[in-house]
Design a protein around this ligand. Structure first.
Ligand code: ES4
Ligand code: ZN
Length: 319
């Protein structure tokens, strides 16, 4: 029996497995520039975040209809459930789809067809987090939030993703203020490739309750101390960090040091179809390669529920 856990850092578009990509391409009459799934898998060798994002956005071309988004989410939920996931807070990138001419409603309604039945079908409760693409303008982010108004009953919070360096959190101050006024929860990717200052900015300017990745906090002891004191959860994605060369090797991953420092870390899969594993595979990897013992793994699983947006009695929010 895998440890029961919550997954808090998962891009639904990053769960598109090569087999499903080809199936959807055929269904929608989309031609992919790869002969078959083997050739596509060959392209999964990334230099950095941007080289991954290029492929991630390219493959989204196969997602066209509500049913496509439903099938994508349903496949993820089945795999997640098999690895012990009981609750998933799922990112999606509306701009990546509306820029291709899709309606936001196609994306949300499609995802919801799977999410709405997930507890029943998979035993996994779900929440949706709408992410803004930080390499797009602040105006585009505001327009996206505005377009999402009809769907806010199905959206728990907002996040910030895509190319980090050169796109500091402060660029999105206004849209995060608007999101807070709408009662949405706030998270942001920070300190993946970007500097520790972006983590501080995400906290102070955007008011985020949770930091996605946050790895580079380890370069700033005062920031680590603050994150520990304020119990700010970090959604760490070990296999992602290896594949995107944020860390040299898995054995050199700072997760053990982060836990030793008292940080509230969780382990997540990020884009499992691209990075070699789902959340249980990430747990297995940190157990085997980083030597985290059963107590540490239980701590990580417990942290995932504490850091979630599920209602719980234990009040971790001291800020
Ligand atoms: C992402 Cl690993 C990662 N970082 C930033 N943005 C993303 N979107 C999808 N995966
Ligand atoms: Zn991510």
């Amino acid at each position: 029996m895998p440890l029961p856990k919550a997954e808090l850092h998962l891009h639904i578009e990053g769960t598109l497995e090569p087999e499903l990509a080809f199936e959807l391409a055929a269904r929608n009459g989309v031609t992919l520039p790869y002969a078959d799934t083997d050739e596509l898998r060959e392209a999964y060798r990334f230099e950095d975040l941007q080289s991954f994002l290029n492929l991630y956005y390219e493959l989204m071309a196969v997602l066209r209809t509500e049913r496509d988004f439903e099938d994508l989410a349903d496949a993820y939920l089945a795999r997640a459930a098999a690895q012990g996931v009981r609750h998933a807070e799922i990112f999606f990138d509306p701009q990546a789809h509306t820029q291709r001419g899709l309606e936001l409603g196609t994306v949300v309604e499609g995802l919801w067809r799977a999410l709405g039945r997930s507890e029943q079908n998979h035993g996994v409760s779900t929440q949706l987090i709408l992410c803004f693409l930080r390499d797009e303008s602040a105006e585009s982010a505001l327009a996206t939030l505005d377009a999402a108004r009809p769907y806010l009953d199905r959206i728990t919070g907002v996040g910030l993703d895509s190319a980090e360096v050169g796109h500091p959190p402060a660029k999105f101050r206004a849209v995060y203020e608007a999101a807070a006024a709408l009662g949405l929860r706030r998270v942001a990717h920070a300190g993946e490739e970007g500097p520790p200052e972006y983590i501080t900015e995400a906290l102070d300017v955007l008011g985020v309750e949770r930091v996605d990745h946050g790895l580079r906090c380890m370069e700033d002891p005062a920031l680590v101390e603050r994150l520990v004191r304020e119990r700010v959860p970090l959604t760490v994605c070990p296999l992602s960090n290896v594949r995107l060369r944020t860390v040299g090797t898995l054995a050199a991953h700072p997760l053990p040091a982060m836990l030793d420092a008292g940080l509230l870390c969780t382990v997540n899969s990020d884009d499992p179809a691209y990075f070699g594993g789902y959340v249980g595979d990430n747990f297995d990897a940190v157990h085997r390669t980083l030597g985290l013992d059963a107590d540490r793994l239980r701590e990580l699983a417990r942290n995932s529920f504490l850091a979630s947006f599920l209602e719980h009695d234990e009040d971790r929010r001291t800020r």
